[in-house]
Design a protein around this ligand. Structure first.
Ligand SMILES: NC(=O)c1ccc[n+]([C@@H]2O[C@H](COP(=O)([O-])OP(=O)(O)OC[C@H]3O[C@@H](n4cnc5c(N)ncnc54)[C@H](OP(=O)(O)O)[C@@H]3O)[C@@H](O)[C@H]2O)c1
Length: 254
């Protein structure tokens, strides 16, 4: 009897672009992809931080390079992706938040959050997709959405709006890019302990709220996201596109 064989989760010979890779979820994703054999181009605005992160990945004997870039500078981003690409994998992860009561949200606040989380994410993925199409690469695009792209959250009206948009982008672009063999998916994490969520974790009331919502009874760690990145980047998910993988400890289950 011929047994079916599990598709490989190795990424040897692949090139991956990870935005927001200097810390938190992006650094975790970059390490997961590099461990699987990919060469990873790691992006952030702070040159010192991204050089240090890429250096740490290289010191672990993986292949990585730093790219200092503000992804919301669309012209500079397009040029950088053209120069460093084409890529087989994009982990489109750079994002920001500034929790604020809905009635206090200003235009500046709205523009700052959506400018990175939605506008830049949209055009980064478009730039990478263009490179994949031109090179005939049947690649994988992975957006970092959020559970807040599926449900509402306190003081998160703009953030939720920015991440629900990513869910729509994932579905719509997956339909068009499927014709090129390019897959597009999202990962939707619950609260993960990173510098971005430090203020939430510093507030005992908010921590109690988060714990009460996560059915598994603990907050997320960066490591909880790494397997999802690897799965969606690799052949193990070859028939998965246009979907969102919730890594939320059961928050949205009910
Ligand atoms: N942590 C959570 O609980 C959680 C849950 C769900 C979804 N997410 C999403 O996961 C992603 C990463 O979050 P995180 O918690 O890991 O955040 P983080 O710890 O604040 O890290 C953000 C990363 O993005 C980079 N970055 C921010 N703005 C950028 C820009 N304009 N251009 C290039 N790089 C930029 C930062 O470096 P520089 O500041 O040097 O640019 C840093 O590397 C975000 O999309 C976030 O919305 C987070």
């Amino acid at each position: 009897m011929n047994l079916p064989s599990t598709p490989s989760m190795r990424l040897d010979g692949k090139r991956a672009l990870v935005t927001g890779a200097s810390r938190g979820i992006g650094l975790g994703g970059a390490v997961a992809l590099a461990e699987a054999g990919a060469h990873v181009v790691m992006v952030a605005r702070s040159a010192d931080d991204i050089e240090a992160a890429a250096d740490a990945v290289r010191r672990a004997r993986y292949s990585a390079e730093a790219l200092t870039l503000d992804v919301s500078d669309i012209a500079a981003m397009r040029m950088a992706i053209k120069t460093r690409g084409p890529f087989d994998v994009l982990f489109n992860n750079a994002g920001t938040n500034q929790p604020m009561p809905y009635v206090e949200v200003s235009e500046e606040n709205y523009d700052r959050i959506t400018g990175v989380n939605t506008r830049a994410a949209f055009f980064v993925a478009q730039a990478v997709a263009r490179g994949m199409i031109a090179a005939g690469i049947k690649g994988s695009i992975i957006h970092t959405s959020s559970q807040m792209g599926h449900v509402g959250g306190i003081d998160r009206s703009v953030y939720c709006a920015s991440k629900f948009a990513i869910e729509g982008l994932t579905k719509a672009s997956a339909i068009e890019l499927a014709a090129h063999g390019i897959r597009v998916n999202a990962i939707a994490p619950t609260f993960i302990r990173t510098p971005m969520t430090q203020s939430t974790f510093d507030d005992p009331e908010r921590v109690a709220w988060v714990r009460s919502k996560i059915k598994l009874g603990r907050v997320g760690e960066v490591e909880d996201i790494m397997g999802a990145v690897l799965f969606l980047a690799s052949d193990a998910s070859a028939l998965v596109t246009g979907t969102s993988m919730l890594v939320d400890g059961g928050w949205t289950a009910g």
